[in-house]
Unconditional design. Structure first.
Length: 403
């Protein structure tokens, strides 16, 4: 029986996840599962490991991005192209709940690790397949990464200034949103398995989540023939919504989607009569006259320093935010109070490492980052030898190091 002083088990404790993926989207999916207690065993290529180990910045030869994306997981090494690697995966999935992969369609089948093989080993296994274009359709065999998906989905077309070229996002938007969706779908399938006792295959393309998140574009085109064009920071369905420069050369983000909010921001800017102007009397009128609206707001905003505007808007409960960089975010009192950034000890670096905390707060069983992304093959002995029963001699023959 659980001791009153013992913290409750994390929501996904007892859930075993086998992650044989690389790069970003699928590893992010298993990261979200690990955050809430799943035992995620990540299988990486010997010597090389996941490509993310060599993405972005490094410190003391250690890739920092890997540390965050693969937090809470265990790392073992095996080459899936070999009979030994195939056997490792088969043994891992015998009692696993979820397997996550992101190889191009047909690759796992070529290695004798397709869903038919894996589900024969474990009929209750949930297989999450993340690819550029999905397992079906004429584009299914095309290589696809987040950058391709962002353009293909329609997101890039609407991103940028009206007279400028389309712009890609400054981070892995398609990968990140796909990771979230993959974790959600895995949780849905896990819930269904409790009823049926059966596993299933989840087929998710990188562009699909972004396509849905783009909002009313499809229905607007279907019913009105409208194609949304680039509009900078504006939105086609609400105004004001933009970035404005303050007197001291800083930037703020302002939104006035609700009429009451728009009226309050006008009071804060000492232009209380602006909502009485027929051009700005309601949201549809403001959309029709958005150039004049932005000009009036920018003129008013340029009379104030950013900190003074923040004080005024907050007092009047008008919607505003400073345009923060990452240093601003880490030092923000609200972010600190909410615990949105957490410091986690890292064995490789020999020092704490700050990263984004678990997203969302469960009142009774909150998630937890148990450790940063591990060194390559750090758990070879405890998983491959102690759990799966391979001998040290077998691993030595495969050139797999034990720590």
């Amino acid at each position: 029986m659980q001791s009153p002083a013992e913290p409750p088990a994390l929501p996904l404790s007892g859930t075993k996840v086998v992650d044989i993926s690389n790069f970003l989207a699928a590893p992010m999916a298993s990261m979200f599962l690990a955050d809430f207690g799943a035992d995620v065993i990540k299988v990486e290529r010997p010597q090389a490991g996941d490509e993310v180990r060599r993405w972005g910045e490094v410190k003391d030869g250690v890739g920092l991005y890997y540390k965050a994306v693969n937090r809470g997981k265990r790392s073992v090494t095996a080459d899936l192209r070999t009979p030994f690697g195939v056997e490792v995966v088969k043994r891992l999935v015998r009692d696993a709940d979820i397997l996550v992969e992101n190889y191009r369609p047909g690759t796992l089948e070529k290695w004798n690790l397709g869903p038919d093989v894996l589900l024969e080993v474990n009929p209750a296994l949930i297989i999450v397949r993340v690819t550029g274009f999905g397992q079906t359709g004429p584009n299914r065999r095309r290589p696809g990464f987040g950058t391709i998906a962002e353009a293909y989905s329609g997101y890039v077309y609407i991103s940028g200034e009206p007279k400028g070229p389309p712009l890609l996002p400054g981070f892995g938007l398609a990968d990140s949103t796909t990771g979230l969706m993959a974790a959600y779908l895995a949780s849905v399938a896990l819930h269904e398995k409790r009823r049926s006792g059966k596993g299933q295959v989840i087929d998710l393309a990188l562009y699909e989540t972004l396509l849905t998140l783009l909002g009313p574009q499809v229905v607007n085109y279907d019913q009105l023939g409208l194609i949304q064009e680039r509009a900078g920071s504006r939105l086609p369905f609400t105004a004001p919504r933009n970035i404005y420069r303050t007197r001291d050369g800083k930037f703020i983000s302002v939104g006035g989607s609700a009429q009451s909010i728009f009226e309050r921001l006008c009071v804060a800017l000492e232009i209380p009569d602006l909502p009485q102007d027929e051009r700005f009397r309601d949201n549809r009128a403001r959309l029709a006259n958005v150039d004049a609206l932005d000009e009036a707001l920018q003129q008013a905003i340029s009379r104030f320093d950013r900190d003074e505007l923040m004080r005024r808007f907050i007092e009047l409960e008008a919607a505003i935010s400073p345009v923060n960089n990452v240093e601003d975010v880490l030092n923000d009192p609200h972010v600190v109070e909410r615990g949105n950034i957490v410091s986690v000890d890292d064995e490789e670096l020999g020092a704490p490492l700050r990263m984004q905390n678990v997203v969302g707060k469960l009142s009774r069983t909150p998630g937890q980052i148990r450790h940063t992304g591990p060194a390559l093959g750090a758990h070879n002995r405890e998983v491959l030898v102690d759990m799966l029963g391979f001998s040290e001699e077998e691993l030595a023959q495969q050139g797999i190091a034990l720590t």
